[in-house]
Structures are given as structure tokens and as C-alpha cells.
Design a binder for this molecule. Structure first.
Ligand code: SAM
Length: 338
């Protein structure tokens, strides 16, 4: 029997990597890590707890044990490993919401349409489903809630770092543009007690109750407002746009930035919080996030120079790139002086 050529195992693993994504996503949806938080359990016991088929659940647990998410014990039970802990709902930086986003069949099938994007340059999601992903989420509250959970979980990881990295001392009002649940704004107002702030988003993305879960020290300085950032945004000294521009093609980004520029106060700044292409520490993650933007919302990841060009087209200029110690950088832009 001939041996595989060098690299074939690695290549094979890459080719079938979607199977691991799919299995992890089901484990996340079923909440298996939460079920195992108290100690090892058998597949039969777990199947009763999560309403699953016992034989097939055993096969799922066995497969995910081979990649280190669970550990199969000799007595037939399964335990959570340190790697699998990250799928628990109650741990800091939980990746359960990310896993659950893949349970939306429209999202999963859009990735199957990547070739269409590559051949035509068009957004796969819209080509396949006949609508923008934002309209899809608005029409499917269950998937919308999971997406918003995932964004909130991501923001929770980096919000303090952003709040600490930026000097807000000369501003008094901040708008978190497309701020979703407002996790970033909450951290900024918590760290800078002289600021007031508004979370601005589509109505279905805002917190269900404007101040639910917001600490009392922040609630009195916090408001929500709904609308479209293509039309207008509330006036402010500083605009935070975290993970907004990477969702959109260049011309739409310029429209969003122009909306901000129109109501930006003198001396104010637009603060774009994004991962930058070209950062060697996150090369793989950002390059694949770029494909995710292509397939799902129809946007792209960008380099510092590409963001500078967008600012220029909107009558702004890039004035600082502020590292946060995370994958995200803050690009500060102000009104053009010349
Ligand atoms: C990728 S999420 C980022 C959410 C949040 N900034 C964060 O980083 O956690 C993009 C946000 O843009 C919002 N959005 C999409 N279209 C919008 C529009 N036309 N006007 C205002 N917000 C919009 C979405 O509802 C969503 O909350």
C-alpha cells in the first residue's frame, strides 16, 4: 500500500473541516457543554435532558471527543474538556452564541454558495435567498436573537479594552452607531462618567427594554434610538462604529460615514473599531472573516490604507490608529481640515 503524499492528511482535514463546524454548532445549540458542567454523563442521560436520539447523540459526542471537545470515559460517560468549556453559556467569552449562529440554515447554505461570489463578485447570501441578511434577520426573530447574542458576546470581550484605549476626555456625548445591545457603549460610559450616550440601531437589534441589565451608574446617562444609519444618526461628539463598516461595500460605507460627518460636532471624531488586514498576529482569522463578510452581509475586511481612503471619500481624515491589545484597532477620523 502506498503512503499518502506529504501534506495530504493536513489537506484532507481542511477539506472536511466543515464537519467539525457542523457538529460543534449542534452541540452548542443543544447546550451539551452546559449539561456536562456538573460532571460526566452518559449519552442516554444527556439524550433525555436535551430531547435527542440517544444513538445519534452518542455518535456526535464520540466524534467531538476525537477533536478534544469532550472526553469519552471507559464507563461510557462523556466529560467536558478544558477546550469544550468554551461552549458553556456561563463562561466569560463563551463561544456558544457563535456556534448557534451556524444553526440558521440560511447562513449555512450561503457559505455553500461561496463559489457564486467568487465567480461573479456578488454577495452569496442575497443571490441565494433574494434578500439582504439584515432583512432576513428582521424576518426571523429567533435567528436575529442568536446573532445579537453573538455580537454582544464578542463586544463583551473587547469593550473594556476599547474604553480604556481611547481618550474621551474632550467629548461629552457618544453614539454607538449600529450598537446592537449596547455592550460597547455600556463599557465606555462606565469607564468615563462625564459622558452621555445613545445606542442607535434598527429597532429589532436594540435591547428589548432600553435600560434592562444596564448598571444604575450608566442608566441615567444612556438612551436608545432607532433608525437607519444611511439616513441620519443622532448628533454627537464621538461616533463609535464597531463591526459596522466591514459589513458593507465601499460605497455604502461612505454613505454611513457621511451620515456621521453631517452631525459630528466640531472637534469630534468618528471611532471605527475593526480588525485590520495586514496585522500579522491575526492573519488567518481576519482573512477568513473577510470571506465571511463577502458571503453573509456582502462587505469586506480592510487594511488601514483602505479605511483611510473611505474616510477621505466621506470628507473625513484618518487622524490616529489606536491599538487596543485585542484583534480590534480603533481608527480615529476627524473632519478634513483643508
Ligand atoms: C455586525 S453587527 C455589530 C453590532 C455591534 N456594533 C457590535 O459590534 O457588537 C452590525 C449592526 O449593524 C446594525 N445595522 C444594520 N443595518 C443598519 C442600518 N441601516 N441602520 C442602523 N443599524 C444597522 C445591525 O442591526 C447590527 O446590530
Amino acid at each position: 500500500m502506498s503512503e499518502d503524499a506529504p501534506g495530504r492528511d493536513e489537506l484532507r482535514s481542511m477539506l472536511v473541516g466543515y464537519r467539525i463546524s457542523a457538529a460543534l454548532s449542534v452541540a452548542a445549540e443543544l447546550g451539551l457543554a452546559d449539561q456536562l458542567a456538573g460532571g460526566p454523563r452518559t449519552a442516554a442521560d444527556l439524550a433525555t435532558a436535551v430531547s435527542a436520539d440517544p444513538d445519534v447523540l452518542h455518535r456526535l459526542l464520540r466524534a467531538l471527543s476525537t477533536v478534544g471537545i469532550f472526553a469519552a470515559h471507559a464507563d461510557g460517560s462523556f466529560a467536558l474538556t478544558p477546550l469544550g468549556e468554551g461552549l458553556r453559556s456561563d463562561v466569560a467569552g463563551s463561544l456558544r452564541p457563535l456556534g448557534r449562529t451556524l444553526q440558521d440554515p440560511a447562513v449555512w447554505s450561503a457559505w455553500g454558495h461561496l463559489g457564486h461570489s467568487v465567480r461573479t463578485g456578488a454577495n452569496a447570501f442575497e443571490a441565494l435567498h433574494g434578500m439582504e441578511i439584515w432583512a432576513h434577520r428582521q424576518a426571523h426573530p429567533e435567528h436575529n436573537a442568536i446573532f445579537n447574542d453573538n455580537m454582544a458576546a464578542h463586544s463583551a470581550l473587547v469593550a473594556d479594552a476599547v474604553a480604556n484605549a481611547v481618550d474621551f476626555s474632550t467629548w461629552s456625548s457618544v453614539v454607538d452607531v449600529g450598537g446592537g445591545r449596547g455592550i460597547l457603549l455600556e463599557a465606555v460610559l462606565g469607564r468615563h462618567p462625564h459622558l452621555t450616550g445613545v445606542v442607535f440601531d434598527r429597532p429589532h437589534a436594540l435591547p428589548l427594554s432600553p435600560t434592562a441589565g444596564v448598571p444604575a451608574s450608566v442608566a441615567s446617562r444612556w438612551a436608545t434610538a432607532s433608525g437607519s444609519f444611511f439616513d441620519a444618526v443622532p448628533a454627537a461628539d464621538a461616533y463609535l462604529l464597531k463591526y459596522i463598516l466591514h459589513d458593507w461595500p465601499d460605497d455604502r460605507c461612505v454613505d454611513i460615514l457621511r451620515s456621521c460627518r453631517r452631525t459630528l460636532s466640531r472637534g469630534g471624531a468618528v471611532l471605527v473599531v475593526e480588525a485590520l488586514l495586514g496585522d500579522p498576529a491575526y492573519e488567518i482569522e481576519t482573512a477568513f472573516a473577510d470571506l465571511n463578510m463577502l458571503v453573509l452581509p456582502g462587505g469586506r475586511e480592510r487594511s488601514e490604507q483602505e479605511y483611510a481612503a473611505l474616510f477621505g471619500a466621506a470628507g473625513l481624515e484618518l487622524t490616529a490608529v489606536i491599538p487596543t491589545g485585542t484583534r480590534m484597532s480603533v481608527l480615529e477620523a476627524r473632519g478634513q481640515t483643508a
